[in-house]
Design a protein around this ligand. Structure first.
Ligand code: SAM
Length: 263
């Protein structure tokens, strides 16, 4: 089997996927693969095994152990949410708000692989960032990535902010926000449920986080589901926040920045 034949086998999942899997298998760059399409495919059984793992629902990022986010290579694996591209918008919004403060105090709820807190820490040298998660697997990956990027963040195992004292300028979160009965594809089903499901309706954790922010933060910045704007807008209004919602690149409602008028 030649390299191009191997690529063809994987192309049912798209060209980009096929090349990523091949690059990972051969430990070579895309340029190298392009220039060697007619070479014999080394360890072809191993490549087919990788493809089968994907066909059986193992996400590509778990197979390769890597995911790119904001141009940086984060380590991921079973037990941690795979970073999603749209979360880059959340970071942009947070950087904008953080620029109002000299040394912003930031808390993240649900750090996962660390993409949010680490990306913020690398841009905001004066920020004091503390991040929690209830998942030890997630915290393990967050620590690996924190060390990899030498990011100045503190990681705490905690339900919400229960184990942390004090107030913050910004609370940020990309919490689980999917409804319990929402149909998920087999790859997403391999990601941790605690990172995906927000409750029966989906917005339960977002509302809990808004309640926490009401007493402990000037700003709350969150990602949310495409169908949660109305309920979150009402909820935030009732708590006395002034909120602004944003959309993702597909034009879907995706998150909000809420200013706590009482703080
Ligand atoms: C959607 S993932 C987001 C991960 C990462 N921040 C990102 O954007 O890729 C939500 C994270 O919240 C964590 N989580 C769920 N319930 C939590 C709770 N009650 N307190 C703290 N973290 C929680 C999950 O373990 C998961 O890592």
């Amino acid at each position: 089997m030649r390299i191009c034949d191997g690529l063809n086998l994987a192309k049912e999942f798209g060209n980009h996927f096929a090349y990523l899997l091949m690059e990972f298998h051969l430990k070579k760059s895309r340029e190298w693969v392009f220039l060697h399409l007619n070479d014999e495919l080394a360890k072809k059984d191993k490549f087919i095994e990788l493809l089968d793992r994907y066909k059986n629902g193992e996400p590509l990022e778990y197979i390769t152990g890597h995911c790119e986010f904001m141009g940086r290579d984060f380590e991921v694996g079973k037990g941690v949410l795979i970073p999603r591209f749209e979360t880059e918008i959340l970071i942009e919004k947070a950087l904008d708000i953080a620029s109002k403060f000299n040394a912003p105090r930031i808390a993240e709820i649900g750090v996962g692989s660390g993409i949010i807190s680490i990306s913020l820490a690398l841009e905001l040298k004066n920020a004091k960032i503390i991040a929690t998660d209830i998942s030890l697997d997630a915290l393990r990956y967050a620590k690996i990535n924190k060390d990899k990027f030498q990011a100045n963040i503190e990681l705490i195992e905690s339900n919400y902010l229960d184990k942390i004292d004090g107030d913050f300028d910004i609370i940020i979160s990309n919490p689980p926000y999917i409804a319990a009965n929402y149909p998920l594809d087999k790859w997403v089903l391999n990601e941790p449920k605690t990172a995906l499901i927000g409750g029966e309706v989906g917005d339960e954790m977002l509302k809990e986080i808004a309640l926490i922010a009401k007493s402990r933060s000037k700003y709350l910045i969150c990602e949310m589901g495409y169908d949660q704007k109305l309920s979150m807008q009402n909820y935030l209004d009732n708590l006395g926040f002034q909120s602004e919602f944003y959309t993702d690149l597909a034009g879907l409602d995706r998150g909000f920045i809420a200013y706590n008028k009482g703080k």
